[in-house]
Design a protein around this ligand. Structure first.
Ligand SMILES: C[S@@+](CC[C@H](N)C(=O)[O-])C[C@H]1O[C@@H](n2cnc3c(N)ncnc32)[C@H](O)[C@@H]1O
Ligand code: SF4
Length: 466
């Protein structure tokens, strides 16, 4: 018998339309979030720096091409114990800010020397992420905008965005960035409950979040996103209700409502939690369902996986029109040929190659000091990878995908248990996720993931699906 995702599935349908508890338990298995395909643990065909540069030159030779830039600014003053991001914790701004800016400037200069088309190809998207980008002073943010954008071609309607931690953000920093075209801001909120905040080492009063939200809007930022997380220690239906209601009061245009990714084998600070304090499985999913109900009642629409937006927002419009895109930065309404990631651990992508930078800050700076690009690893995509990537991304962004003839029988058999459990449905060869099946979208995507299926994860690789 061929492999299927889960054996011994029950075929009983749920008469109430609610997600059955047994299904939540059955499908709460580790699965990738599919911000890329192949997913990072299955990258095998490592490119050299030269391969990566060739891929960029080939792609950007097309005069119609465009690109996005992601800059990783890894520093934070304190550690939030839930955090799964690549961060460096230090309060010593003097020691790290200028050397990091020097390295970034060098990296961008090297790219422009080796890929001359970067100077003339319009930037469609620029995103500052972290870590905490507003860790950097006004002067350093200004310096960075100058060296990045000076003489650079910028696409009409380009979107410039920044992730901020409201506890470490000054209005004057947002003012500098606004001058250079930043109009989108994403605030890390996570949860408004004081006890949950204490347990994750992130005390952030409502007034701080309110102040930065209002300040950004006063300056002219026209899109505000909040990041919330469900599944944090001691979160309950009551704390989620309060956090979502507080969120709705401030009316962000978009909301990312992330499932807490518990990966203590990668992030040891997550071992500080008492495991019993973490809502799991069914209990955790109820937190999401409540959040979703409240957000929908508040005028928000659910998009793809874990995301919400107001109806007049571009992300919702892209989702409706089927033009939503997904990359390492998450969901985006802009599609570009190249995503160029700079800074420690930043991941880049082109149609046929992934590339990741050195993760260790000291190593990253040292390599750039030698005038070399800080390649850590990557993956050269073959034809099958590219076909699979297209299918996975389409399914993740539209909740449906037409399965090619050569894969149809295999995918149908692999997903048969999800079909019997009413989590997916078929419209001829079009695979759709049902409303009940949305929490399990990433599990359904594994049907196209030939790498994961060929080589079952050995040990811990991914967080739980729920
Ligand atoms: C780079 S961080 C945030 C930016 C900023 N440093 C802050 O904390 O406000 C981006 C987002 O990732 C999310 N995140 C971090 N660790 C996570 C985890 N373990 N599980 C789920 N989401 C996580 C948080 O919602 C966070 O706001
Ligand atoms: S959540 Fe934000 S502020 Fe907290 S450690 Fe992670 S990146 Fe830094």
């Amino acid at each position: 018998m061929k492999e299927t995702i889960i054996m011994n599935a029950s075929t009983t349908m749920n008469p109430t339309g609610q997600i059955r508890k047994d299904l939540l338990n059955k499908y709460d298995i580790p699965a990738p979030r599919y911000t890329s395909y192949p997913t990072v643990p299955y990258w095998t065909e490592n490119p050299t720096t030269e391969d990566w540069i060739d891929s960029l030159n080939r792609t950007l030779a097309d005069k119609e091409s465009s690109f996005a830039i992601y800059i990783h600014l890894p520093f934070c003053e304190t550690l939030c114990t839930f955090c799964g991001c690549n961060t460096s914790i230090t309060k010593n701004h003097k020691l790290v800010e200028n050397p990091y800016m020097d390295a970034l400037e060098n990296e961008w200069r090297l790219y422009k020397e080796r890929v001359p088309a970067l100077k003339t190809t319009p930037i469609k998207e620029l995103h500052l992420g972290g870590g905490t980008p507003t860790y950097f002073s006004e002067d350093n943010l200004e310096r960075m905008c100058n060296f990045l954008l000076d003489g650079q071609s910028i696409a009409e309607g380009a979107e410039f965005s920044i992730e901020v931690d409201p506890r470490r953000t000054r209005k004057s920093q947002l003012e500098v960035l606004y001058k250079y075209g930043f109009k989108r801001i994403s605030l890390g909120v996570q949860d408004f409950d004081p006890e949950v905040q204490r347990l994750v080492n992130r005390i952030q009063p409502f007034e701080e979040t309110e102040y930065i939200t209002n300040s950004a809007r006063e300056l002219g930022y026209d899109s505000v996103n909040f990041d919330l997380i469900y599944g944090l220690p001691k979160q309950t239906l009551a704390t989620i209700e309060n956090s979502v209601q507080q969120t709705i009061k401030l009316r962000p245009n978009r909301i990312a409502f992330y499932s807490y990714a518990h990966v203590p084998w990668i992030k040891s600070s997550q071992r500080l939690f008492t495991v019993d304090d973490l809502p799991k499985g069914e209990e955790k999913r109820e937190l999401y369902e409540l959040g979703r109900t409240l957000l929908e009642a508040g005028g928000y629409r659910e998009i793809g996986m874990d995301h919400f937006a107001l109806e007049d927002d571009g992300l919702w419009k892209s989702f409706q029109s089927g033009s939503l895109h997904r990359n390492f930065m998450g969901y985006t309404s802009q599609q570009t040929d190249v995503l160029l990631g700079m800074g420690t651990s930043a991941i880049s992508e082109s149609p046929d190659c992934f590339h990741q930078n050195e993760k260790l800050e000291i190593k990253y700076r040292k390599i750039l000091g030698e005038n070399k690009l800080p390649t850590l690893r990557g993956h050269k995509l073959n034809t099958t990878d590219r076909e699979r990537r297209k299918l996975v991304l389409e399914f993740m962004t539209t909740w449906k995908v037409e399965v090619p003839d050569d894969l149809f029988e295999d995918v149908k058999e692999y997903l048969n248990h999800m079909y019997e459990d009413n989590l997916i449905e078929w419209d001829d060869k079009i695979l759709k996720v049902t409303e009940q099946g949305r929490p399990f979208l990433r599990i359904a995507c594994t049907a196209f993931d030939e790498k994961l299926r060929a080589q079952k994860p050995n040990g811990n690789l991914f967080s739980q699906a729920i």
